[in-house]
Design a binder for this molecule. Structure first.
Ligand code: FAD
Ligand code: NAP
Length: 556
């Protein structure tokens, strides 16, 4: 029996299909949203533009792609059985294994029957008189839905750089975020990689082992910490499973970033030079993202941050034999951690190979792409294949691509033209019954994203139940609550060093995109408590109404 009154049998949708909820996207967010809503007895349709489930892990198949949060934690926690039965093979699972995990979840929870693949949602308009959404899909159909949930992903809109001559290149062009499904073999080829973010840093060592020559075109060097990836033994997995309840609790409630880790008890300047170096060495030896948890003020205090940045710069100089190349690889224009820190396997050491050349394009960028070469610094680098590891129109890109119209026909893209505006990253005022999973204004990309996805999905499902129990049909963020939240997100961000970097968190990688720090930096645990508190207060900051009076008005 449904916890909610289902709208799916209503007369005015007799002609067109009608759902309680349309979910856009079938990555980890869309899949779990479907599972939860079906558990409430709702009629749900998920549309996914890709050819399979998995989202990020369906699209990003570049060589070396793997997670940077350890797999035992970068996995769903909602099902005890799932958590017990799935064996991760490595500390950081490769893309193919994570995609298989997503497929396994789809089969295990029988999700596929409600997911329509190879179909994008192109438009969604709120019909004010009916109090419902109409969504138009790429197969030319329009369906009705009481709620729409955007599970469209923060990093799902791959961005091609605007470089002169790109379309004239005669060889193969690849984007890391849109990698072909068939194996790509660079053996014997001269390859260029443009970019030195996480995707490039993972793929460069693997491509270098295949290619005849690899040219890496670097505009901004990034800080990277070794992954120390390794196979997981059955004993290690079991030991982890024994502490799962505490790991998951800590990740949800206490961690800032949704990762179970030892939290720092002091600031970097509270230790003397030797003790500090020893602590950084220990973190470097352990590897991974938690390097930034060596001290509690690394992202707050410039002098503290400098000690960590200097340590990593010294490591780069130790690993890279050619001093000039080492110097170019040392980041010097942003605090460590203010851009997503990278996690690598042999990245810096790859520049010791005789078949790898680092090309510094910081001053003039890539001047032009010719049919057989990249021109930079007045020199032509002849290549056979071009890999663009140039990132994403993050957080807002995939939302803006859909023509979403709320009250008064106002578009969400238009409303967000000066930066995304949401209440809690979950809803935007003027767009009733439209939820966003890990939207801007929530911890999202600053966290272990599966932790944040599960929290949002549960909150949204609970909100629908609450409304159903009270006969309420419409929920909408109030303008006042939204303004207050946007100001808070901004204020907290500016208490840290994050806004100093030209990062995609700030929209700085997209020409013309407003420079606003988009994710919420207050921490996963703190944020969860805020969301729970809002719900406990009867969804404070959200206006809820019954739609019946609207329908009455429309009928009369
Ligand atoms: P996605 O996985 O992006 O799924 C969204 C889906 O929506 C996509 O399949 C897309 O095709 C679909 N879609 C979008 N618009 C439409 C539309 N209009 N119509 C129909 N379908 C649409 N996070 C971590 O926490 N740890 C990691 O280790 C990690 N590694 C990453 C590695 C890479 C290479 C990348 C790019 C990101 C990584 N992330 C990581 C972030 C990652 O995106 C999230 O962890 C998570 O997979 C997001 O799930 P999602 O379902 O929210 O979004
Ligand atoms: P990114 O971090 O945005 O990096 C893009 C790179 O391309 C940057 O080095 C950028 O230089 C460069 N670039 C962009 N346009 C360019 C141009 N016109 N000319 C020259 N260089 C250009 O993108 P990403 O590496 O795909 O990573 C995005 C996010 O996805 C990560 O931060 C992370 O959250 C996630 N991710 C995670 C993993 C993982 O380890 N699990 C792997 C991949 C991605 P500038 O810095 O100068 O702009």
């Amino acid at each position: 029996m449904s916890a909610l009154p289902s709208t799916s049998g209503k007369d005015h949708f007799a002609e067109a299909a009608c759902y309680d909820v349309v979910v856009v996207g079938a990555g980890f967010a869309g899949m779990y949203m479907l599972h939860r809503l079906r558990g409430l007895g709702l009629k749900v349709r998920v549309y996914e533009q890709g050819g399979d489930v998995g989202g990020t892990w369906y699209w990003n198949r570049y060589p070396g792609a793997r997670c940077d949060v350890e797999s035992m934690q970068y996995s769903y926690s909602f099902s005890e059985e799932l958590q017990r039965e799935w064996d991760w093979s490595e500390r950081y699972a490769p893309q193919a294994e994570i995609l298989n995990y997503a497929r396994h979840v789809a089969e295990r929870f029988d999700l596929r029957k409600d997911i329509q693949l190879n179909t994008s949602v192109d438009c969604a308009g709120f019909d004010e008189s009916a109090g419902e959404w109409q969504a138009t899909t790429s197969d030319g159909k329009t369906v009705g839905a009481k709620f729409v949930v955007l599970a469209t992903g923060c990093l799902s809109n791959a961005r091609l750089p605007d470089i002169r001559g790109l379309s004239d290149f005669a060889g193969k062009v690849y984007h890391t975020g849109h990698w072909p499904h068939e194996a790509v073999d660079f053996t014997g080829q001269r390859v260029a990689v443009v970019g030195t973010g996480s995707s490039a840093i993972q793929s460069i060592p693997v491509i270098a082992r295949q290619a005849r020559h690899l040219y890496v075109f670097q505009r901004t060097p990034n800080f990277s910490i070794p992954a120390h990836n390794a196979a997981l033994t059955a004993e290690e997995r079991e030991a982890f499973r024994r502490i799962y309840p505490e790991v998951r609790r800590f990740a949800r409630e206490e961690a800032r970033n949704g990762i179970y880790a030892e939290l720092p008890d002091r600031g970097a300047l509270d230790d003397g030079d030797n003790a500090r170096r020893a602590r950084y060495e220990q973190r470097w030896a352990r590897g991974g993202l938690t390097f930034m948890l060596a001290y509690n003020n690394l992202i707050l205090d410039q002098a503290a941050n400098d000690t960590a940045a200097d340590f990593v710069r010294a490591k780069i100089a130790e690993i890279v034999k050619d001093p000039q190349t080492a110097k170019l690889l040392q980041p010097d224009n942003h605090p460590i951690g203010s851009k997503r820190i990278c996690v690598d396997t042999d990245y810096y050491a790859t520049f010791n190979r005789s078949n790898v050349t680092l090309v510094d394009i910081r001053t003039n960028g890539i001047e032009e792409i010719l049919p057989n070469a990249l021109r930079a610094g007045g020199k032509d680098y002849e290549i056979d294949a071009l890999v663009l590891a140039t990132g994403f129109d993050a957080m807002t890109g995939s939302v803006a691509r859909i023509d979403i119209r709320g009250r008064g026909g106002r578009t969400l893209k238009g409303k967000w033209a000066e930066g995304p505006k949401t209440y809690l990253g979950l809803m935007s005022a003027g767009f009733p019954n439209l939820f966003i999973v890990t939207g801007p204004g929530s911890p999202s990309v600053l966290s272990n994203m599966i932790v944040s996805i599960e929290q949002h999905v549960d909150w949204i499902a609970d909100c629908m139940v609450w409304m159903g129990q009270r006969g309420l049909d419409l929920v909408e963020a109030t303008k006042g609550a939204e303004e207050g939240w946007v100001a808070h997100v901004n204020e907290v961000a500016h208490m840290t060093l994050y806004p100093q970097a030209n990062s995609w968190y700030m929209g700085a990688n997209i020409p013309g995109k407003p420079r606003i720090f988009m994710p919420y930096i207050g921490g996963v645990g703190v944020y969860r408590r805020i969301c729970d508190d809002v719900a406990a207060k009867g969804y404070d900051g959200f206006a809820m109404t019954a739609a019946e009076p609207l329908r009455e008005a429309a009928r009369s």
